[in-house]
Each structure stands twice: as C-alpha cells, then as structure tokens.
Design a protein around this ligand. Structure first.
Ligand SMILES: CC(C)(COP(=O)(O)OP(=O)(O)OC[C@H]1O[C@@H](n2cnc3c(N)ncnc32)[C@H](O)[C@@H]1OP(=O)(O)O)[C@@H](O)C(=O)NCCC(=O)NCCS
Length: 188
C-alpha cells in the first residue's frame, strides 16, 4: 500500500496546508476539484466536454491507487478546501515498472504561493525512497512556463516535444513537452 503520511506544510506566507493521500471519504471533494480544474485551465487534459468520473469510478480509483505499491497520490487541504492534487503512477509491466508518470495541479487561487513546489517535494521524496522507481516522467504543455520552470527547478530535464498533442478548439492545438528526472538505478 502506497500512501503519503499526513503532514503539515507551512507556505512562505505562513499559511499551513495539510497534505495526505486521499481516502474514499474525499470523493465528493475530489469530483468538485476535478470539475473546477477542467474549467479553470487549459493546462490539464480534462476538459468541460469530457464526462466526469462517477463516484463509483472514483472510489475504485482511490482504492486501486492505495493498493498498488508503484502508485501514490497526495492531496493538499487548506482548512477543508482542496487546493492541490498530485501523484505518480508507475508502469504495470516488468519492463516499465522502473518508471512512473507524475501529474500535478493546483487550484488557481493557490498559484505561485509554493503549493506546487511543496507537492513536488513530497512526491519526489517518496520516489527517491521507493525500492524500484528509477525514472519519473511527466508531460507539460509548452505554453505553460510556470510549470516548466517549477519542474526544471526540481531537477527535470527536457526530453522532447510532441506537436499538436491536444486540440483545444478549431485550429487551436497545444504541443506537449516530455520531461524526466533520473533517480539512478536501484537494486530490486
Ligand atoms: C503549474 C502549477 C502546478 C504550479 O503550481 P504553483 O503552486 O503555482 O507552483 P509554485 O508556487 O510552487 O511555483 C511556481 C513557480 O513558477 C514561477 N512563475 C510564476 N510565473 C511565471 C512565469 N510567467 N514564467 C515562469 N515562471 C513563473 C514562480 O515564480 C515559481 O517559481 P520560483 O519559486 O522559482 O519563483 C500550477 O500553476 C497549476 O496547477 N496550473 C494549472 C494546471 C497545470 O498547468 N498543471 C501542470 C500540468 S503539467
């Protein structure tokens, strides 16, 4: 079972956020968050045209990720408000189990206050301690300099760009950059 133990983080302005892996009790808040995030930004793949997961889909997702030793998710709360979600999901096959894909989002009201940095630190500490995870990968739209700057500050390098990865509307395409962080070979 892969969880991030509950922890308090103090942001640079003194705000305290509570970070922990999600539980099934959080499902209504997770669905509200996903719905707001996809309306707030074109920086994520979910869009308002997509169907939201049902509460039952979401419960299965929360249970599955808690059981897979190669996956971890973390949520950040300010009082009872969900401010950020992030996670790493590892490959399922023997030849891909050494690598995981990282995802991160922060609600707009909380941007540029250090929440993203704090979430990256939690996930990368977990990844470094993981017995077999050697490579963390992510995808970010090339028109998102905030995110690219944050990932480079965390040690990620630019691997290449896939053109027109997302279609945001008629004639409006977004290129995606692949980035990765090599943690080193592990013995297991
Ligand atoms: C990208 C995102 C995760 C960053 O989270 P955040 O909580 O704002 O991150 P932080 O506050 O920890 O750090 C933001 C960094 O971006 C920098 N930044 C702000 N504006 C910037 C700009 N125009 N260009 C480059 N960097 C910028 C900040 O200065 C800060 O870096 P610094 O601490 O070195 O000064 C968040 O903006 C987000 O969720 N966006 C919408 C969804 C998304 O794009 N997700 C990423 C998908 S890969």
């Amino acid at each position: 079972m892969s969880v991030i133990e509950p922890t308090w983080i103090t942001l640079r302005d003194g705000t305290k956020i509570h970070a922990r892996s999600p539980s099934v009790d959080d499902i209504p808040a997770l669905l509200r968050y996903l719905d707001r995030m996809r309306r707030e930004t074109e920086g994520v793949l979910w869009s308002p045209q997509d169907d939201l997961p049902t509460p039952d889909d979401e419960r299965k997702w929360v249970e599955k990720q808690a059981q897979n030793p190669g996956d971890v998710h973390v949520t950040a709360w300010v009082n009872d408000e969900l401010a950020s979600m992030a996670g790493i999901e590892s490959g399922r096959r023997a030849r891909t189990r050494h690598s995981g894909v990282l995802g991160l989002s922060v609600m707009q009201a909380w941007h540029h206050r250090g929440v993203g940095t704090a979430m990256m630190r939690l996930l990368l500490d977990w990844a470094r301690r993981h017995p077999s995870l050697e490579l963390v990968k992510l995808e970010v739209f090339t028109d998102n300099p905030w995110a690219i700057h944050l990932y480079e500050r965390c040690g990620f390098t630019r691997d290449g760009v896939s053109p027109r990865h997302a279609k945001r509307g008629p004639g409006r395409y977004a290129d995606v950059m692949h980035m990765s962080l090599w943690l080193g070979e592990k013995q297991s």
